[in-house]
Write a protein that binds this ligand. Structure first.
Ligand SMILES: O=C1C[C@@H](C(=O)O)NC(=O)N1
Length: 358
């Protein structure tokens, strides 16, 4: 089956989102239950809070809060630390036992809460070597900061980053590295050219959007920005081909709706597209639209779990989605004075969750 018919059903075992922003405080209370609502049982949680998550204690406390807010005891939260000078090679050995699976690198200034981000990878040599030894994954936000003197801007920032990816992959062959939220054909090719220690997440929204969709539409603005139609095609083809290096990391990134819709002359709107509450139906809809619906379980569960070496248990939850005539995406979600607007608000999706076995 490459394109589905109405009434077709697909079951996915323990869908896993390998890149999600769950925030803190009231916003976190609103959005954390949406992981389960969107059909997912594993959330790989980004550390770019204010202040960023940089210690084992902070990650453990954050995980406790997320479990409290989740609304489902079945959702597993995997924690990450924010790459910075606060991380010490001698601590790495303790991370796995504390539920910390990866370290996320943000180049300074490229996206939301990256002010504390890094300016050089070389200074983390000892840390990366310790991560290799202890099986901790390195997650890369793959952009370099804009620099107009070198003709670097949001449209080529990812492509210009790719030599850094190749260097890291060669220098640390046992370090598992994920290029996060790839947006270009160049990134797909670079990931394919690296060894098996390198994988790549793809978001749902980058399978749908191009430059035309975010230029003038702030709710579609995210980092990295969506690129050209042939880049989008390359992401789709990577999934369609069934290459296990490419799997879902939604980069679902909620912001209060005012921060998305209001920009001033000095500060633009917040970067981020919010997909958590509709994620599994949305991914099914998109894969179906480009003839890859038969890859749904691999893309949303098997391949990511394989790379992270976190297989689903035999009694893991199973979620079925069905192709239907069309279901409207809710306009917004609100609680305690916070409002977030999901991707494709008020638009129709042709897939819905119809059965959950927990
Ligand atoms: O890398 C990121 C960060 C995220 C956020 O809002 O935290 N939003 C994005 O669009 N990209």
């Amino acid at each position: 089956m490459s394109t589905a018919n109405y009434g077709d059903m697909i079951e996915v075992t323990a869908p896993a989102d390998f890149h999600v922003h769950l925030r803190d405080g009231e916003l976190s209370k609103l959005v954390t239950p949406h992981v389960h609502k969107g059909g997912f049982y594993l959330a790989y949680v980004m550390p770019n809070l204010v202040p960023p998550i940089t210690t084992t204690e902070m990650a453990v406390e954050y995980k406790k809060r997320l479990k409290d807010y989740s609304g489902s005891s079945k959702v597993e939260f995997l924690m990450t630390l924010y790459l910075s000078d606060a991380l010490h090679p001698s601590d790495v050995k303790n991370w796995k036992a504390a539920g910390i699976v990866g370290v996320k690198s943000y180049p300074r200034g490229v996206t939301t809460n990256s002010d504390e981000g890094i300016e050089s990878y070389d200074k983390y040599d000892e840390l990366f070597k310790a991560m290799e030894v202890h099986g901790i994954v390195l997650n890369l936000h793959g952009e370099i900061p804009s620099d107009h003197s070198k003709n670097i801007c949001v449209l080529n920032a990812e492509e210009r980053f790719l030599p850094i990816l190749s260097n890291l992959a060669n220098k640390y062959p046992k370090l598992r590295i994920v290029l996060e939220h790839a947006t270009t054909a160049a990134a797909v090719n670079a990931v394919k050219a690296c060894g098996d220690n390198v994988a790549c997440t793809i978001t749902a929204h980058h399978l749908a959007l191009t430059v035309d969709d975010w230029a003038g539409q702030s709710f579609h603005f995210c980092k990295p920005v969506a690129k050209f139609p042939d880049d989008r095609r390359a992401l789709q083809e990577a999934i369609k081909s069934g290459n296990k290096k490419f799997f879902l990391g939604s980069d679902s990134a909620p912001h209060p709706s005012l921060s998305k819709s209001t920009a001033t002359a000095t500060s633009g709107c917040a970067a981020g597209v919010y997909t958590s509450p509709i994620l599994l139906p949305l991914v099914a809809h998109l894969l179906d639209s480009f003839g890859a619906i038969d890859r749904l379980a691999d893309f949303t569960s098997n391949f990511g779990r394989g790379f992270y070496q976190i297989p689903a248990n035999s009694d893991a939850p199973k979620v079925s989605v069905e192709k239907v005539q069309g279901v409207s995406v809710q306009a917004e979600y609100s609680s305690e004075g916070k409002t977030v607007v999901p991707f494709w608000a008020n638009r129709q999706i042709e897939w819905q969750i119809v059965n959950v076995k927990e």
